[in-house]
Design a protein. Structure first.
Length: 256
């Protein structure tokens, strides 16, 4: 899953792809490099970010999404949103999937919207909201607590008619470095929920803080964590650098 951030405030690539021409070029590059999905985000979810209103999000998203669908009509576009109105508008013009960092907690109507359109839904764990999630995240047993939380949200989503669920443990969303590595180490415990597991660690602080560098220098560390995530049951990698991630997948597949 290639990441296409079209807002100005993304933690790594904010402002790099926030015009139609730039978004088209980056999408073409990611598809050429082997991306299967393109995940479009018009609202920043980095630590400290406020909840964005759907009208603001739609103003950024719709012109670029329409241009992308026109240019790449056979591509699966995922929309990274927690707003049901944004999900509905995007699905109406041809998006294929919704990726919700809040697992339906910010806007519960998003479950009904996804169910009505019969599209896949990425359900992610987050402790708190982007604005507050990194202030003092606490768990007694992070993997068990996240698994229990995901089970609850899976039950709520399926009760409202969603039939195609992907789970994301939410690395970096209300978790400190120790939490993140324990969760990665025990990732395979989530596979018995019978949903594909999506992992998003690309260039995150859990990598560059350990390596005492920055996100620009975190590609090698990202690739290492991708390999370990695949070995522990990840089905989808959400990445900034598609070529390197696809090579990692190909080599891991050969190893099997």
């Amino acid at each position: 899953m290639g990441i296409l951030n079209i807002n100005e405030d993304s933690f790594y690539d904010g402002g790099k792809h926030n015009s139609i021409d730039k978004a088209l070029l980056q999408t073409e590059r990611m598809l050429s490099d082997g991306a299967f999905f393109i995940d479009i985000g018009a609202a920043s979810s980095k630590p400290g970010s406020p909840i964005i209103k759907p009208e603001v999000e739609l103003k950024k998203l719709l012109p670029i999404l329409q241009a992308l669908i026109n240019q790449f009509p056979k591509t699966y576009f995922s929309i990274d949103t927690y707003n049901s109105k944004v999900a509905k508008e995007a699905l109406n013009i041809g998006a294929s999937m919704i990726n919700d960092i809040s697992a339906g907690r910010i806007d519960p109507e998003i479950f009904k919207t996804v169910a009505d359109f019969r599209v896949p839904y990425v359900l992610m764990h987050m402790q708190g909201t982007p604005k507050s999630m990194q202030e003092q995240p606490q768990y007694d047993n992070i993997t068990k607590e996240i698994k229990f939380d995901l089970i609850q949200q899976i039950q709520d989503a399926t009760a409202q008619g969603i039939t195609d669920l992907i789970i994301d443990p939410g690395f970096g969303f209300g978790k400190n470095i120790i939490h993140n590595y324990q969760l990665l180490r025990e990732l395979n415990s989530l596979t018995d929920l019978n949903c594909p597991v999506l992992v998003g660690v690309s260039r995150k602080s859990m990598i560059y803080k350990v390596l005492k560098t920055g996100p620009d220098m975190a590609l090698n560390g990202t690739t290492a964590l991708h390999a370990w995530a695949l070995e522990r049951g990840a089905s989808i990698l959400r990445v900034h650098d598609v070529k390197e991630a696809k090579e990692c997948i190909d080599l891991w597949t050969a190893l099997q």
